[in-house]
Design a protein around this ligand. Structure first.
Ligand code: GLO
Ligand code: MG
Length: 345
């Protein structure tokens, strides 16, 4: 009996529509309103940046962080929400322009590690042992500006320091090949899994695959997921879609390529993803043209399409798939999958 899925989303997935060429076009939705709204849409869990959970945490004492995070955990629990993970937001503040863990300035590197320790504290107070590292600015605009070998060593040292700081914390690395940087140091899931194996405790370093990031790397998201799954390292996913090699679009799941979305669901379903507590998270954004009254539609759509594709995965005629594959009739297999997705069988 295949398992049922549990869904997660972040507050940044309800946003004001600013892009590099224009300001906000929708009013900010208060945090508490966002939380209630995602619960009403059937989401059971949320992803929070450290400062989503505890604003201005760098100015607070560990005790203040503990009490704010504990209060938030309680208010989310009252809504019926748990926290899937937290992530240190090491890209927004001006101090992180050159990255955090790989910044050329050693005082910035030290500050990045301190900030990450506070994020680990936030995770623990929110009741999760999972921290995500999206290494946004750990890369370069000018390749000669940093030593790439040294940067990988610095990332490894930082990960080891995190593992040493909390003996229970698990780290999921979310790779992305570019944006905001020209070139990132950990661009694919292979890089994430490899550095995890080199860490002081490989059992506590895994990965998160975002569909759009895989596509931006020219890779197939389902195969990126499969690579992590085969190593027991797929600890979360950021499902979304991406129309080719453009800016990071964070389109609704399945919006650009339904077949690619189906293949992601198929690989998750066949691997029993979710049965070990993993969440299905969507990292999706409403289009800038979206009117305020429709600004949750992408969250509803992504979940609905995911569940429809789970039905498609479960109802796929596996015996015919196997016999077409055995006969090397891949044209026939292609037709079978397309007809199935179109509801023609
Ligand atoms: C951006 C990333 C970003 C992260 C989030 C969690 O491209 O996908 O949305 O997933 O900040 O760290
Ligand atoms: Mg993401």
């Amino acid at each position: 009996m295949a398992g049922s899925y549990r869904f997660s989303v972040g507050p940044w997935n309800i946003h004001e529509g600013a892009d590099p060429f224009g300001p906000t076009v929708r009013a900010s939705v208060p945090f508490a309103t966002k939380m209630a709204a995602v619960r009403a849409l059937g989401y059971e869990s949320v992803m929070l940046h450290d400062d989503d959970a505890v604003p201005e945490l760098e100015r607070l004492s560990p005790q203040q962080i503990a009490s704010e995070a504990a209060a938030l955990k309680d208010s989310l629990a009252n809504l019926g929400l748990t926290v899937e993970l937290s992530a240190p937001r090491l890209w927004e503040g001006g101090q992180w322009v050159d990255g955090g863990y790989t910044a050329n300035d050693p005082t910035v590197r030290a500050a990045a590690l301190e900030r990450t320790k506070r994020c680990i504290d936030v995770c623990r107070h929110l009741g999760t042992d999972l921290m995500v590292l999206w290494l946004a600015r750990e890369g370069t605009y000018v390749r000669e500006s940093k030593s790439a070998v040294r940067s990988v060593e610095l990332l490894l040292e930082a990960i080891n320091a995190m593992l040493a700081y909390d003996p229970d914390i698990r780290i999921a690395i979310e790779p992305k090949p570019n944006e905001p940087m020209d070139i990132a140091y950990l661009p694919t899931i292979g890089h994430a899994v490899a550095i995890g194996y080199r860490s002081a405790d490989p059992s506590r370093v895994g990965a998160l695959v975002e569909s759009a990031h895989a596509i931006l790397a020219g890779l197939d998201p389902a195969d990126e997921m499969a690579f992590a799954l085969s190593a027991g390292k797929l600890w979360s996913v950021h499902l979304n879609d991406q129309n080719g090699l453009k800016y990071d679009q964070d389109k609704s799941f399945g919006a650009a390529n339904l077949r690619t979305a189906f293949d992601q669901v198929l690989v998750l379903e066949d691997a029993g993803y979710g049965s070990r507590g993993e969440m299905v998270a969507f990292d999706v954004k409403a289009m800038r043209t979206t009117r305020p009254e429709h600004q949750l539609q992408h969250l509803a759509n992504s979940r609905e399409i995911f569940l429809a594709l789970v039905d498609k995965a479960r109802s796929l005629d596996r015996a015919t798939v196997a016999s077409l594959a055995a006969a090397r009739d891949y044209e026939g297999l292609d037709r079978l999958v397309l007809r199935h997705l179109l509801g023609l069988d």
